[in-house]
Design a protein around this ligand. Structure first.
Ligand code: AGP
Length: 608
């Protein structure tokens, strides 16, 4: 997704802006640009390609004089990735420059209107209409020009605006996308993500949809949708910039895999007090919980896969019907949702457009919404009725790892809390579940330690055409995530299948060229999955088994084995995914893929 940075202060803006862009690269992009005010003019450099290329073109930013400006990384939606389509975009007479994250749904009509007035467009983008509208509406008063322009736009638009005639002044607008303001000393910032700011300030303001802000080096003024000044609280970022750096690892993904024990611990431990699960900022009576006739978990991608695991675990412990729904489907399905539905929205970034839209749809129908989110102050966190934060810390790699396992931790906590509240788990059973939750961080570490051979297996299997991940029950949910991990960073096709479904269609695809990854961690179903392993082996496939530590039968069935440490089987998705994360990492490395920034993907999908 696009990344935006704005700076106004007392040092040269371009180097600060470029550093901010570097810290937004993980969001995925294909071009970048920077603009600064310089003695009544706007000086801009933009280019297709990496931020490093932009830095070369501008001498690390030193070639652009000025203490106020904007910068942008573009993930192309309208118009190919070219120099011309890169942001910022200038108005016809160079009075305004604009950067934009989102999609302006009515840009074609606006473009036609402006062209009819003789405006000559330079790019194919939707964004350029904003620059021309600003110039049309500007009569010397910047705020009204911004408000009048924003009033014409439909869709999602997070905007950064700078005017040649307003020295030191920036404007930003938030509508359906992330925007954070950073408060400095004699300098102020805005950006799409805290990581772009945290090296210069930890004091931030999380903007809400419909708001806009005027920034000068000394002052920040936030306005609501009507243009009235509105007070905003200042939050303090609790992590340091080092948390958003590689820390000696070759890739962020490996660092974040290795951070999982601590991330899971930071998510679980603060919620267990006196042997009970307690959530800060979220509580419910037994009557309230019993008033729900179902729980719907909605999310996208890996967060959806966490939701599928959550379905199995919550149903098993609480005996409440749980549906796991893809947000992109739920939002358009005319869902049967009302005040008797508890919606759980799961999202690492808290900015995924489909998840936000599904939440709005369900909340309008009366659902109460609990969000499980990693990014503090994100749109989903602010939209929901209640939030359970995962304390994974910043996750930079596009492929989520600690984001996913801490989502599982939060769902497990919710399941145990709900089972206790409903009287479905009490006494020794409840205490046992609490002990099992607290054991998870060390089990995740053991899962890393048990699988030091995974690099060898990955290098042995890395030239595969297509893989199948099979499992039953919770293992099937884990298989979905194992398959997604491999696909998104190694570009090798794979599919997750409910093992019992094999003989209905997929077995037709099994031959001696296939590798089947069989997840075998549900003891009650072990014999069933073994029969599936024998079915595919009988047709020539090779099998990589994922089995509980100490299981010896798997060696007689599978060609190779990865191990998951033994613990509460209900929580096994968290431990069995770790070797599959590592398997995907090493296969991608063997194939020379860009592990942290896989092609075509973005860290947060903030557009539909
Ligand atoms: C996971 O590795 C992918 N990056 C992607 O599927 C991701 O899980 C999905 O886009 C949801 O993102 P969110 O958790 O930030 O909402």
């Amino acid at each position: 997704m696009c990344g935006i940075v704005g700076y106004t202060g007392h040092v040269q803006a371009a180097p600060v802006l470029l550093d901010g862009l570097r810290r937004l690269e993980y969001r995925g992009y294909d071009s970048a640009g920077v603009v600064v005010q310089d003695e009544g003019a706007l000086k801009m450099v933009k280019a297709n390609g990496a931020v490093s290329h932009l830095a070369e073109l501008t001498g690390g930013g030193r070639a652009l004089e000025g203490v106020c400006g904007l910068a942008h990384t573009r993930w192309a939606t309208h118009g190919a990735p070219t120099d011309t389509n890169a942001h910022p975009h200038l108005s016809e007479h160079g009075l305004f420059a604009v950067v934009h994250n989102g999609i302006i749904e009515n840009f074609a009509a606006l473009r036609a209107e402006l062209e009819a007035e003789g405006v000559v467009f330079r790019s194919e983008t939707d964004t350029e209409v904003v620059a021309h509208l600003l110039e049309r509406y500007y009569d010397g008063e910047l705020k009204s020009a911004v408000m009048r322009t924003a009033a014409r736009l439909e869709g999602s638009y997070v905007l950064g605006v700078v005017c040649a005639r307003e020295p030191g002044k920036l404007f930003c607008v938030k509508e359906a996308g992330p925007l954070i303001i950073g408060l400095g000393v004699g300098e102020n910032f805005f950006a799409s993500d805290v990581t772009a700011l945290v090296s210069r300030t930890k004091n931030v303001i999380y903007m809400d949809d419909g708001e806009m802000a005027e920034l000068t080096p000394e002052r920040i003024t936030v306005y609501d949708r009507t243009g009235r000044e509105t007070a905003k609280s200042v939050s303090h970022v609790v992590w340091d910039i080092e948390a958003a750096e590689k820390g000696g690892y070759e890739h962020f993904m490996m660092k974040e895999i290795m951070e999982q024990p601590r991330a899971v611990r930071n998510t679980i431990e603060p919620r267990i007090r006196g042997g009970q699960v307690e959530f800060e900022g979220f509580s419910m009576t037994r009557e309230e919980l019993e008033s729900f006739d179902k729980i719907v978990i909605t999310a996208c991608g890996s967060a959806y896969h966490a939701g599928v695991v959550g379905k199995y675990v919550i149903e098993k412990l609480c005996r409440i019907p749980v549906e796991a729904e893809l947000a992109s489907e739920l939002r358009y399905s005319d869902p049967i949702i009302d005040e008797h539905t508890l919606l759980i929205a799961v999202s690492q970034s808290g900015e995924t457009a489909d998840t936000i839209a599904a939440m709005r749809e369900c909340m309008e129908r009366g659902a109460r919404c609990l969000a499980i989110v990693n990014v503090v102050g994100s749109t989903i966190a602010r939209l929901a009725d209640n939030v359970i934060y995962t304390h994974a810390g910043p996750e930079i790699a596009v492929a989520t790892t600690k984001g996913y396992t801490t989502q599982l931790a939060a769902l497990y906590l919710f399941a145990v809390w709900a089972a206790g509240l409903l009287g479905r788990a009490g006494g020794e059973r409840y205490d046992g579940l609490i002990a099992s939750l607290r054991a998870l961080p060390s089990l995740v570490q053991r899962s890393i330690d048990l699988n030091v051979h995974v690099k060898y297996l990955a290098e042995r299997w890395h030239e595969l055409g297509s893989l199948f991940f099979i499992g039953r029950n919770i293992d099937y949910a884990a298989a979905m995530e194992g398959s997604l991990k491999l696909k998104e960073i190694s570009y090798i096709h794979s599919e997750a299948y409910a093992a019992g479904e094999l003989k209905h269609d997929t077995i037709a695809l099994i031959d001696e060229k296939r590798l089947v990854v069989a997840l075998c961690c549900q003891s009650a179903l072990f014999d069933k999955i073994v029969s599936n392993i024998r079915e595919v082996k009988a047709r020539g496939a090779k099998v990589l088994g994922v089995a509980p530590e100490g299981n010896r039968r798997i060696f007689a069935e599978a060609d190779d084995v990865l191990f998951a440490p033994r613990g509460e089987e209900l929580f096994s998705a968290m431990t069995e995914i770790v070797p599959l994360q590592l398997f995907a990492y090493y296969v991608a490395a063997a194939n020379g893929c860009d592990i942290d920034k896989p092609r075509n993907l973005a860290k947060s999908v903030t557009v539909e």
